[in-house]
Design a protein around this ligand. Structure first.
Ligand SMILES: [Fe+2]
Ligand SMILES: [Fe+2]
Length: 294
């Protein structure tokens, strides 16, 4: 049953290519920011009806905008800003890769977790004065993409690992290591490199459960790790609550964050956690509203 990652070539061969619309989007946004064409981004999103609808619905959520309702993709792109609409589109596109046939992990649950982590990461980044809150948001969205690869390439073993984790309330990373011989962090790293994600993002994907190993951008990894823990402890994890509570041992992550973002020394992680209640409810409502149409 153990599938070691030493046959990396086999795993790489099995990595799904990105869907056509997503690939076009990545091509457009991987250009220097000044060259990214807002109208073209809206056009690309518009080629996929379901994706366009999801983007508009998210754009109209109170989490993203407080203005009048938007009814055009161009309007949504203009109002939200190119980076945010891009991230929404990329996350929706990515999660549609997950096979619906593997019932153990509903892609919607993973999407909800990723979105929660992204929103918390951006809020935390702003609170501690991290220089690029939008990058924190994108890193939060993508941090668990290894689960998608595991579901696609090793559906039976991944299903078994998820069911065991759910049944026993265990951290999924530990269970998948014993069932598969590697974790979503390692497979996610392969996927991130294959898709040419930036080094910062690949490091988040690889190290978000082991922040001390981060060397390229430890603050970003710490932000995503803390956001991930808060999501999992707030019923926005993988569909079950874990024991021990993921918030139990955050001191190490917080001190790495404080070393890199001095504003963190002046605030308290527990206060940040307390304040999260209001918008976590909004995330739950948003995702359940979006999933009604599926
Ligand atoms: Fe993870
Ligand atoms: Fe996660």
């Amino acid at each position: 049953m153990r599938q070691a990652l030493n046959g990396k070539d086999d795993l790489l061969a099995a990595i799904p290519s990105t869907p056509a619309v997503l690939q076009s989007l990545l091509n457009e946004i991987n250009q220097p920011p000044d060259n990214v064409n807002l109208i073209r981004v809206a056009e690309i999103i518009g080629r996929d009806e379901a994706l366009a609808a999801q983007c508009l619905r998210m754009a109209n959520s109170a989490l993203f905008t407080r203005g009048p309702a938007l009814d055009s993709l161009r309007g949504a792109v203009r109002t939200l800003g190119i980076s945010r609409i891009r991230d929404i589109a990329v996350s929706c596109g990515l999660l549609r890769l997950a096979p619906a046939s593997v019932k153990a992990l509903d892609p919607v649950v993973l999407w909800q977790h990723s979105l929660a982590c992204a929103i918390i990461a951006r809020k935390l980044a702003r609170s501690v004065g991290f220089g690029d809150p939008e990058k924190a948001y994108l890193a939060g969205l993508l941090h668990d993409i290894g689960y998608i690869l595991n579901l696609v390439v090793f559906p039976a073993q991944t299903k078994m690992a998820i069911e065991k984790a759910q049944r026993e309330g265990l951290f999924m990373g530990d269970v998948e290591y014993s069932e598969l011989g590697f974790t979503h962090c390692q497979s996610g790293e392969l996927l991130g490199r294959r898709w040419n994600l930036s080094e910062d993002l690949v490091e988040v994907i690889l190290c978000h459960h082991n922040v001390a190993a981060a060397v390229s951008n430890p603050a970003l990894v710490a932000i995503v790790s803390l956001a991930d823990r808060l999501s999992r402890a707030s019923n926005l994890g993988l569909g079950y609550l874990e024991t021990p509570n993921p918030l139990d041992a955050c001191e190490g992550d917080w001190s790495i964050l404080a070393q890199n973002c001095p504003l963190a020394k002046e605030m308290s992680w527990s206060e940040f956690v307390k304040d999260a209640d209001s918008y976590l409810e909004e995330i739950r409502n948003l995702v359940s509203a979006m999933c009604k149409d599926k």
